[in-house]
Design a protein around this ligand. Structure first.
Ligand code: PMV
Length: 330
């Protein structure tokens, strides 16, 4: 099964014709997984080995405006700058758009405004592909459900399946070969006092893509066979923590889950290590703070940046220790 087969299923009976200069707009928040997605059971369709659960960051995300153009090729503008058409980011986007234009040869101006760095492990592809799916839905008046948009966003980047909603979101792994049951849904709890702190170590693009790192981990990491069991346990604990507002359980489970994910990569060959020395120094600082009685935990994705988890009441103390931290509500 190809991505284009899934697109055909979802768009059955819908039209994808547009006139020049019509526009579609989409906004999607970025999301940080508390229980991670690491490993695909189908890499063409980005179908995960396990379920995962994330929290969206308020006011951090991507706004995309698609305009049908007369150019011969797509033009991608990121934060006001036209991107060179042979960058990896542009090619990935254009291939994604190709899925939707089999018959019609329309080209687009893709104007993306993102307030997080691209490809630095801050989930830029998650909000990027979710925003594009929403904008396409707007452009063509498909009127798709968020569940269908979650499936379309997943075809661009797995974690994008979770970026259709604010708040806590669970991505079901699904069982079907065509992935029609592998979409995300909101996990209906709120936690207004929860804060995420972004400690930016570097904005540089990561050296190994998450796709490559995941594939290699699944193929040859001796630790990967224990990952699905770890996720099942952590997912249950995180849901319990969210239902009961148990911050210690939430933070400790999310941190342990992230470290276990990185451990699977470290045990693959060639090894994948997204940590920089500053990442490790930050982890030690957080462990010291906990020793001193401050409830702060961390999570990390496919990059060296660290995301702190803490409660609103501790903002001042966290800022004292991490003056550069960007505090985001959820
Ligand atoms: O969506 P991808 O293919 O970039 O994978 C991202 C995976 C992690 O960010 C490391 C974990 C997650 O669940 O978001």
């Amino acid at each position: 099964m190809q991505k284009s087969d899934v697109v055909k299923k979802i768009l059955a009976g819908k039209k994808s014709s547009v006139s020049k200069l019509s526009q579609g707009v989409g906004y999607a928040p970025t999301n940080i997984a508390l229980c991670k997605y690491w490993g695909k059971r189908n890499s063409e369709l980005n179908l995960p080995v396990t379920p995962s659960l994330s929290v969206a960051l308020l006011e951090k995300g991507a706004k995309t405006i698609l305009t049908v153009s007369e150019s011969e090729k797509d033009v991608v503008i990121l934060n006001g700058k036209i991107l060179n058409s042979d960058t990896g980011f542009v090619q990935r986007l254009c291939h994604y758009l190709d899925l939707f234009r089999e018959q019609a040869a329309w080209k687009l101006h893709i104007d993306i405004n993102m307030n997080i760095p691209v490809a630095a492990g801050l989930a830029s592809s998650a909000c990027g592909f979710a925003a594009i799916s929403i904008a396409l839905n707007d452009l063509f008046h498909w009127e798709l459900s968020k569940q269908d948009l979650s499936i379309l966003a997943r075809l661009g980047s797995g974690s994008a399946a979770r970026s259709l909603w604010n708040g806590f979101v669970e991505w079901h792994k699904g069982e079907r070969d065509d992935g029609m049951d592998s979409y995300a849904e909101p996990y209906d709890v709120t936690w207004p006092a929860l804060r995420v702190g972004i400690v930016s170590i570097t904005h540089a693009e990561k050296s190994v893509s998450s796709r490559k790192a995941m594939q290699q981990t699944v193929e040859n990491s001796v630790l990967y066979e224990s990952w699905p069991k770890k996720v099942a346990e952590d997912l249950a604990k995180i849901k319990q923590a969210l239902r009961t507002n148990d911050f210690t359980l939430l933070g400790s489970t999310a941190e342990s889950n992230a470290l276990a994910m990185h451990a699977t990569m470290l045990a693959s060959w060639p090894p994948v290590c997204y940590f920089l020395p500053e990442t490790i120094a930050t982890m030690h600082k957080i462990w010291e703070l906990r020793q001193q009685g401050i409830a702060v935990y961390f999570t990390e994705d496919a990059g060296p940046n660290v995301k702190l988890l803490f409660l609103e009441k501790d903002v001042a103390q966290i800022k004292q220790v991490f003056p550069e931290v960007e505090v985001v509500s959820v």
